[in-house]
Design a protein around this ligand. Structure first.
Ligand code: TRP
Length: 451
């Protein structure tokens, strides 16, 4: 059974929406602002943008090529690609590592997305009307210190995600992104306009994001920026590869990748432009960590005209963005388990969802019951999952993907998948995949270990 039996995107535009739906998520709206805030802003953002262009885009093209040429789950596609190129079957490890990384990411992703769902409800109830910074902080602290609440919302989010995944590409994924993505963009634009016109700190927010201060520069910022680039573009674990398997042959890959990259970057920067002016206007710390979005935005919404409605809509849309990302995180594992008629699509989805849910309990409890527990040195369970997946597994997967496509993939396959690009760009792409992307990832790794 090939991917086409579980569905095909009905057009290139739908693929772009779905892949942008995968890329745009908590990574942009929640993680990007707080990681940038913790790492001094400008320098981090510069390193992040560089990583997107130099490492992210070539690898995204490589993943889509592998997916569309392999037409199966990432594990099976890599097997086929290695066989057809006369390469070592061990390259399948790319698919296997992706499934492992996917589990880890889905597990903590669902916990944080659950926070967004909970905040949607709090907003509707008017929990933040007229609130001040201290109280907004307290509401957040109270919330995450309650294990039952976190598990409850984690469960709800995982159930929604898995329900959509279980229905397959056409009925599930495609319908979801068509509905959710346009709404998300509209609301973001509205909020940026609002932040620009009302807070009085818009320029300060922008200058925090865009003016690099050399004294903040450390090997760490570059390392984190690279992890963020992989995470935000959904690269390195086969999610985009899995989506590429459902892409009709007529659609251009390079242009699609560029569009997805630009949309994703735009949403991250816009989120920063919404959040930082609020942070500065209210004397909050930009380095507040994972709670940044959950404190600054309720504070702003609680004190603006019609904030209750805008706030509810905002957290609803963050939840939507998280759903369209989470389904893509589960897709490689679900596609693999249901391929060749092993299990029904729904059985696979529920199994994967349950296992990820179980692992997610560790992250939910790391904010309360297990807050003293460290898995990696000085890192809670949640921080360890985040670090291992984003900063280790994804970049490592990225190195392997770029080396495979750059050096081992049969040139005919590459040419066949990228008929639209000129010789010059093809040469540039191959050069990036052979040397620049893997070299840059390697350098960043080395720098962070040698420091
Ligand atoms: N890119 C998504 C975000 O920014 C998260 C995500 C979806 C992801 N699929 C992925 C991250 C695959 C890594 C790998 O929120």
């Amino acid at each position: 059974m090939t991917a086409s039996s579980s569905g095909m995107w009905s057009s290139r535009l739908i693929f772009i929406l779905a892949a942008a739906g995968s890329a745009v998520g908590l990574g942009n709206i929640w993680r990007f602002p707080y990681v940038a805030g913790e790492n001094g802003g400008g320098v981090f953002v510069l390193a992040y943008l560089l990583c997107i262009c130099v490492i992210g885009l070539p690898i995204m093209i490589a993943e889509i090529v592998l997916g569309r040429a392999g037409k199966n789950s990432p594990i099976a596609s890599m097997k086929i690609m290695a066989r057809d190129s006369g390469a070592n079957p061990a390259w399948q490890i790319i698919g296997w590592m992706g499934v492992v990384a996917g589990f880890m990411i889905l597990s903590f992703y669902s916990v944080i997305a659950g926070w967004a769902l909970a905040y949607f409800l709090k907003m509707i109830q008017g929990a933040f009307l007229g609130i001040d910074a201290d109280s907004a902080n307290r509401v957040f602290e109270d919330f995450i210190s309650n294990p039952h609440r976190l598990v409850f919302w984690h469960t709800i989010f995982m159930a929604i995600t898995i329900f959509i995944t279980s229905r397959g590409v056409g009925q599930g994924l495609e319908r979801a992104v068509k509905l959710l993505m346009p709404g998300l963009f509209l609301l973001l634009i509205l909020l940026v306009i609002w932040a620009a016109s009302s807070s009085g700190y818009f320029l300060k927010g922008i200058s925090f994001l865009f003016s690099p201060k050399p004294e903040d520069f450390s090997g760490d910022s570059v390392f984190l920026a690279m992890g963020q680039a992989f995470f935000t573009l959904s690269l390195g674990m086969g999610a985009i590869m899995a989506y590429g398997a459902y892409l009709p042959k007529s659609a251009g890959i390079a242009g699609s990748a560029l569009t997805i990259g630009v949309l994703d970057t735009l949403v991250a920067l816009l989120s920063g432009m919404i959040i930082f002016p609020i942070v500065f206007a209210n004397g909050l710390e930009p380095s507040a960590g994972p709670g940044l979005m959950f404190v600054s935005l309720p504070l702003a919404f609680g004190n603006m005209v019609a904030g209750q409605i805008f706030g509810a809509l905002f957290f609803l849309l963050v939840s939507f963005a998280a759903v369209t990302s989470a389904i893509s995180i589960s897709e490689p594992a679900v596609a693999w388990l249901s391929e060749k008629g092993k299990f029904a699509r729904s059985t696979s989805a529920y199994t994967i969802g349950f296992l990820a849910w179980l692992l997610g309990l560790g992250s939910a409890f790391s904010f309360n019951l297990m807050s003293g527990f460290t898995l990696l040195p000085e890192k809670s369970f949640f921080d360890s999952m985040d670090f291992l997946s984003n900063n280790v597994l994804l970049p490592f997967g990225g190195i392997l993907i770029s080396l495979f496509v750059g050096w081992r993939l049969k040139p005919e396959i590459l040419l066949d998948q990228l008929p639209e690009i000129s010789r010059f760009f093809l040469g540039l792409l191959i050069f990036s995949l052979r040397f620049i992307a893997p070299g840059a990832i390697f350098l960043v790794f080395a720098m962070s270990f040698l420091k």
